[in-house]
Design a protein around this ligand. Structure first.
Ligand code: NDP
Length: 433
């Protein structure tokens, strides 16, 4: 805390991992001797830069850009870019730190990093978004490369922004280096299933949790927070597997739709028109929009927080348990507060952390890198099958590791320990880097 003052989210993420690692260090003192944990907490490199751009009225605007290159023991830094006004160093570091373990858990050759800006895309024109992305990349390009650092999207960064970023990278470097960014469009180096991957992966993971208990998604009532990339494709896969999503949200409020969220309408509003959940309620008969309030008051069997960090607190956890919820699986990064996790556990609700549950996005990014490196492109069905296998094997790895360390059924400990051992062993093999 003294070394990284004021970075509350980073402290929270580190504390959660540390708590899980006590049995590991007890069993394998070499990790303590090698100061692996302290080295893991210090990013290899942190880049902070000025992003000036011109708005439609001709005024100069100024934002701050970040890229935290956290750990490259397993491969090039890999992790998304977030454009949201709440972004500051503490957020980027918490996300980058989590990314190290998540990427290790996928079993793929990728290190951990994260970046972004305090730029607020809301209400900005297409031209403004493009000029911002171009200015952002004008500094960032010198730190990237397919063997060095490979960003992707996150909150506020989707296919459109990746396109503008890639265009500027190509223009400055005079290299069509497809492997430098993931989440690209299908006609210019992108992978099938990348858009859907995080949300689909979340639901494959939950399906595996249910199977493990001799159950299935069929007929389950599900609540999903958010209505962005992760939420939309989590809803789609829940519906494909026989569940029904009865509520989703944005930062202004939530919609309850007992008939099941109409995905065509939701995609049209969010992806095409860039509208709001209140528009959904206006256009869909029989639904209600609740401004403010907590989506976790809606009774459900399964809750999937897919919006942002710390969106599910202890009161919300208690409400979920009262409403009969039996599984909470994190689609977003760290959406559940530590108090909420305790409350869920005490109430017997099974809980699975984002670094395992939402790893399908980055895993499919690694599949995109593989396709770019071999100048190949795979079919949707083949790529989705790979994603499904990866998610089911992450699930099993979490449970096996939890068993091995005497905390059966503890997905948090299982994910933290399995990810840690993978990256720690590589760090030791590479010497004191
Ligand atoms: P999007 O920008 O597509 O969507 C974010 C959604 O969350 C929007 O509905 C947004 O509502 C809502 N939201 C964002 N900030 C807040 C806030 N402070 N309070 C309430 N609601 C908020 O982002 P993604 O779907 O890509 O990301 C969602 C989460 O998933 C993040 O935690 C991200 O780190 C994580 N994630 C994403 C991956 C990916 O592949 N995209 C991979 C792994 C994790 P509004 O429009 O009103 O702001």
């Amino acid at each position: 805390v003294r070394r990284n003052p004021g970075e509350a989210e980073f402290h929270q993420a580190v504390r959660e991992v540390f708590e899980s690692l006590e049995p590991v260090v007890a069993k394998h003192p070499q990790y303590a001797d090698e100061e692996i944990i302290r080295r893991l907490c210090e990013p290899e490199r942190q880049i902070i830069f000025r992003v000036p751009w011109t708005d439609d009225a001709g005024h100069v605007q100024l934002n701050r850009g970040f890229r935290v290159e956290f750990n490259s023991a397993l491969g090039p830094y890999k992790g998304g870019l977030r454009f949201h006004p709440s972004v500051y160093l503490g957020i980027v570091k918490f996300l980058g730190f989590e990314q190290i373990f998540k990427n290790a858990l996928t079993g793929m050759p990728i290190g951990g990093g994260k970046g972004g800006s305090d730029f607020d895309p809301k209400g900005r024109s297409n031209g403004e978004i493009m000029r911002f992305c171009q200015s952002f990349m004008t500094e960032l390009y010198r730190h990237l490369g397919e063997h060095t650092d490979v960003p992707a999207g996150d909150i506020g960064v989707g296919g459109r922004e990746i396109g503008y970023l890639f265009g500027q990278y190509k223009r400055i470097t005079n290299r069509y280096e497809s492997g430098v960014l993931t989440g690209k469009g299908l006609t210019w180096g992108g992978s099938q299933v990348r858009t859907e991957a995080t949300g689909y992966g979340v639901v494959f993971f939950v399906d595996e949790m249910l199977r493990d208990a001799g159950d299935s998604l069929d007929g389950k009532r599900v609540v999903v927070s958010g209505s962005g990339n992760v939420a939309i494709y989590a809803i789609e896969k829940v519906h494909q597997l026989g569940g029904v999503v009865v509520a989703c949200s944005d930062s202004a409020g939530y919609v309850v739709d007992e008939a099941g969220i109409d995905l065509e309408l939701l995609k049209d509003i969010k992806n095409t028109r860039r509208g709001r959940m209140s528009d959904y309620a206006d256009e869909r008969p029989g639904t209600r929009f609740i401004e403010g309030g907590s989506i976790w008051d809606v009774p459900c069997d399964i809750a999937l927080p897919c919006a942002t960090q710390n969106e599910l607190d202890a009161d919300a956890a208690a409400a979920l348990a009262r409403g009969g919820c039996t599984i909470v699986a994190e689609g977003a990064n760290m959406p559940t507060t530590p108090d909420a996790i305790r409350t869920l556990r005490e109430a017997g609700v099974r809980f699975a952390p984002g670094k395992a549950v939402n790893a399908g996005g980055v895993a499919t990014s690694a599949l995109e890198m593989q396709q770019n490196a071999s100048r190949d492109s795979w079919t949707f069905a083949h790529t989705e099958e790979r994603l499904e296998q990866i998610m089911r094997s992450i699930h099993d790895r979490c449970l096996e590791t939890a068993d091995e360390y005497g905390v059966p059924g503890d997905y948090v400990a299982g994910a933290n320990i399995a990810g840690f051992i993978h990256v720690a062993d590589a760090m030791m093999a590479l010497g004191h880097i």
